[in-house]
Design a protein. Structure first.
Ligand SMILES: Cc1cn([C@H]2C[C@H](O)[C@@H](COP(=O)(O)OP(=O)(O)O[C@H]3O[C@H](C)C(=O)[C@H](O)[C@H]3O)O2)c(=O)[nH]c1=O
Length: 187
C-alpha cells in the first residue's frame, strides 16, 4: 500500500496493491496490518455506504465534534467523487484550509479524514457508491454541517449548482458552526 501525504496534517491518500488478470482484479480493501505498518492506527467500529444517483450530488461538509469525533477512511466502489477535506481545528496553522482529491472506483484510492477535519464528497458521475469506515459511532447530537460554498473556505468544486440535502442547504458557515475542536488540545 502506498501512502500519499497531503498539505493537511494527517490527511493521507492510500493506494492499495491491485492484482489485475484476465478475469478482472483483486485488491485488499482494508488491512489492519498494512495500515499499522504505515503508522495508521484506527479502531473502526462502523462501515457506511451511500449511493448518489445523480452526478452533482454533494454531501457535506460534515464532521462530528469531540468527544464523538470520527476518523473516516473513504473509498468509491462504483463511480467517482471529488473529495474535499477541511481543517476545522481552531488554532491550527492550516485552520480553514482544504485539500481536494479525486477518489474513483478505477483508481482504487482511499482518503483518510482524521478527527478535527470536515469532509465533503461531490459525485462526478451517476450512481456513485461511497463506502467509508469510521472509528466512532454516529452521534446526531455531535453531527455538524458547514456550507459547501462558505466564502471563507473558497472551495472550487467545479460544479455550480449541486444537489444538496435539506440539512446541507441549511448548513452553517465555519465561523458560526458549533465547533469545539482546538488544535493540540481535544484531538
Ligand atoms: C452519517 C450517518 C447518517 N445516518 C442517517 C441520518 C440520516 O437520517 C441519514 C442520512 O444522513 P446524512 O444526510 O447525514 O448523510 P450524508 O449527507 O451522506 O452524510 C455523510 O456523508 C458525508 C460525506 C460525510 O462525510 C459524513 O460521514 C456523513 O455525514 O442517515 C446514520 O444513521 N448513521 C450515520 O453514520
Amino acid at each position: 500500500m502506498k501512502v500519499i501525504e497531503t498539505a493537511l496534517e494527517g490527511v493521507v491518500i492510500l493506494e492499495p496493491k491491485v492484482f489485475g488478470d484476465d478475469r478482472g482484479f483483486f485488491t485488499e480493501r482494508y488491512s489492519k496490518k498494512s495500515m499499522e505498518e504505515n503508522g495508521l492506527f484506527f479502531d473502526f467500529v462502523q462501515d457506511n455506504h451511500s449511493l448518489s444517483v445523480y452526478a452533482g450530488t454533494l454531501r457535506g461538509l460534515h464532521f462530528q465534534t469531540a468527544p464523538k469525533a470520527q476518523t473516516k477512511i473513504v473509498s468509491i466502489i462504483t463511480g467517482a467523487i471529488l473529495d474535499v477535506v477541511v481543517d476545522v481545528r481552531k488554532g491550527s496553522p492550516t485552520y480553514g484550509h482544504h485539500i481536494k482529491a479525486l477518489i474513483t472506483a478505477d483508481n482504487h484510492r482511499k482518503i483518510v479524514v482524521p478527527k478535527g477535519f470536515a469532509h465533503g464528497a461531490l459525485a462526478l458521475v451517476p450512481n456513485t457508491h461511497q463506502l467509508y469506515m469510521v472509528d466512532e459511532f454516529y452521534s446526531p447530537e455531535h453531527d455538524r454541517a458547514i456550507r459547501w460554498d462558505d466564502p471563507e473556505l473558497n472551495i472550487d468544486w467545479g460544479w455550480g449548482d449541486p444537489i444538496l440535502s435539506d440539512k446541507d442547504k441549511e448548513a452553517s458557515f465555519l465561523s458560526d458552526v458549533d465547533n469545539n475542536f482546538i488544535y493540540g488540545e481535544n484531538i
